[in-house]
Design a protein. Structure first.
Length: 375
């Protein structure tokens, strides 16, 4: 795995728009505010030609122009890292115009973004054996007071923080809009992480099975689980991080860009730690996505799953199932820890993760941490 150099003091940040640009509110004002904050921190900035463009369908510009911008700015030597302007809908359409051979030959550079940017963060790992950061896009940094998750993302870019911890509360409904573009996260919901352990223990009511006695200690080569007399758990597992937004991942599945089998085979000794989240997918779509990935063999050599809160599925049921059942049905056969409702994805805050890095996860069933290492 190739790891880029971390962003140094007085370094240069480039911005590109391979998906949506910052052409409309509140994203335009947020992006301008973010620039001011980055400059105050001593960074110089570089802008791709599509950052404020609104000429494309589901992306900032035409696919060829977006693909050229992404290739040019990844391969140039004038910037030290790249932050994507935003997510969107059809970044997949630019992939034929991205020169992955040229990117593979260029010096590695940190690329950060999420959602539709899965088309880059995931493919950098699986096609170019190069790490990338699944984290906030540029306009997120324009909020008046940075949430700790944004501080974490910058510290990660700087190489100053490689262990991330879950956050106390999350946002169910945003208050950011055209008239309030600098609003911080509206953190009304208490974070409650959910887990399903290899021996069947879970704190998810809809998945609860037979009771397992206390004082059980289970240890395998890929995970450990301990329980004390009070029923508290101590969970630990590790693997190489791979994942992103399922909406995008299943779209890549089976195409010429799908090199997951080769990637998972290359790193089978370490195993894969999948991180997954969903945007537009409803519960049935999530279940179908899990079926697709499982039957395509993507989950071979998996060591565990980190699953974020689904934007379109929290607190709802379809056909008698909730989002836990939608995701877990295809995962239980792997006999590995599954943690859900984590700070990954579209319901902020989001924990920045290095796609392609090795990671160790620890949890007591109430809090959790992800320690990443560059090996």
């Amino acid at each position: 795995m190739r790891y880029p150099k971390f962003l140094q003091q007085n370094g240069r940040i480039a911005f590109v728009a391979p998906s949506f640009g910052c052409a409309t509110e509140p994203y335009k004002s947020g992006f301008i505010s973010a620039q001011e904050k980055f400059r105050k921190q001593g960074y110089s900035l570089e802008f791709g030609p599509n950052c404020y463009a609104d000429k494309g369908i589901g992306i900032s510009n035409t696919p060829d122009r977006c693909g050229k911008e992404l290739t040019d700015y990844y391969c140039n030597v004038t910037s030290d890292c790249i932050i994507s302007c935003g997510g969107g809908e059809l970044m997949c359409e630019i992939l034929d115009d991205v020169d992955f051979d040229k990117i593979r030959e260029a010096g590695p550079k940190w690329y950060m973004g999420f959602s539709d940017n899965t088309n880059m963060t995931f493919l950098l790992a699986t096609l170019c054996d190069t790490a990338a950061i699944y984290g906030p896009c540029a306009s997120n940094f324009g909020m008046e007071l940075w949430h700790p998750s944004l501080e974490d993302a910058m510290l990660l870019l700087q190489g100053k923080k490689l262990t991330m911890h879950g956050y106390d509360r999350w946002e169910k409904e945003s208050v950011k809009d055209e008239e309030n573009p600098y609003a911080s996260y509206n953190l009304t919901e208490k974070t409650v992480i959910k887990y399903i352990l290899p021996d069947g223990r879970t704190n998810i009511a809809s998945l609860a099975g037979e009771t397992v006695c206390d004082n059980i200690q289970q240890q395998e080569s890929n995970h450990t689980v301990q329980t004390d007399m009070e029923g508290d758990v101590s969970i630990g597992f590790s693997g190489r991080l791979l994942g992103g937004c399922m909406d995008c991942l299943v779209n890549l599945l089976g195409t010429k860009y799908d090199k997951v089998a080769e990637f998972t085979e290359l790193y089978k000794e370490e195993g894969i730690l999948w991180f997954l989240e969903a945007c537009d997918l409803n519960l049935m779509s999530i279940r179908r996505a899990m079926w697709q990935m499982e039957h395509a063999g993507w989950f071979r050599h998996c060591r565990g799953f980190l699953i974020g809160r689904p934007l379109n599925g929290m607190g709802v049921e379809e056909f008698g199932i909730d989002h836990y059942q939608a995701a877990y049905e295809m995962l239980k056969k792997y006999n590995v820890p599954v943690m859900m409702d984590l700070d990954i994805g579209h319901l902020p805050p989001m924990m920045p993760l290095i796609c392609g890095s090795m990671a160790s996860v620890l949890s007591d069933g109430k809090t959790y941490s992800v320690e990443m290492s560059l090996r």
